[in-house]
Design a protein around this ligand. Structure first.
Ligand SMILES: Cc1cc2nc3c(=O)[nH]c(=O)nc-3n(C[C@H](O)[C@H](O)[C@H](O)COP(=O)(O)O)c2cc1C
Length: 153
């Protein structure tokens, strides 16, 4: 398949449709190496990647469910359970964290965020190239300060 044919047939697979088997460690290494080959103005590498797999997925879901409930004590149980389950389908979750230098003298923050987004998109394309389904997801947690603190635990 040509590169253009590949791009023209790109398709996400929704996270709930994903399941085992996930990529091997060798496939993950290849995927990550390819994903980082993005345009990066100023070579700031304004991203960090966090791999979440195995039991960590359920721990993440439980932590997000607890945060959601703390923010919205009256949220319907079905909504909270969706948070708890959200990360249990895909065998591998790669959290792409934009590590932006807001005060950089030359490279605007939006260019750094774009670069991190390219990494996310390269992960999506790379997963498909390796024969895996994948989907980009943000959801409320990507914009939540309390959820952001989870990456330190
Ligand atoms: C930055 C970004 C965040 C997204 N977040 C979500 C999300 O939280 N939930 C969701 O259902 N789709 C989300 N999407 C859309 C899906 O990733 C996907 O693009 C959509 O299901 C359409 O499928 P396609 O990529 O095959 O066209 C997001 C897309 C982008 C670019």
């Amino acid at each position: 398949m040509s590169a253009l044919d590949f791009l023209n047939t790109r398709l996400s697979v929704t996270s709930r449709q994903l399941g085992e088997p996930g990529p091997t460690q060798a496939q993950i290494d290849a995927l990550l190496a390819a994903a980082l080959r993005v345009p990066d103005h100023g070579k700031l590498t304004p991203w960090r990647l966090l791999l979440i797999r195995g039991a960590a997925r359920a721990r993440l879901g439980a932590a997000l469910a607890a945060i959601h409930l703390a923010h919205e004590p009256d949220a319907p149980t079905s909504v909270i359970e969706k948070d708890r389950e959200r990360y249990n389908f895909a065998p591998l979750i790669v959290a792409v964290i934009a590590r932006v230098d807001e005060q950089h003298p030359k490279i605007p923050a939006q260019e750094q965020i774009l670069s991190a987004g390219y990494v996310a998109y390269n992960l999506l394309l790379g997963a498909q190239a390796l024969g895996f389904g994948a989907q980009l997801l943000t959801g409320w947690a990507a914009y939540d300060r309390d959820a952001a603190t989870l990456i330190r635990t």
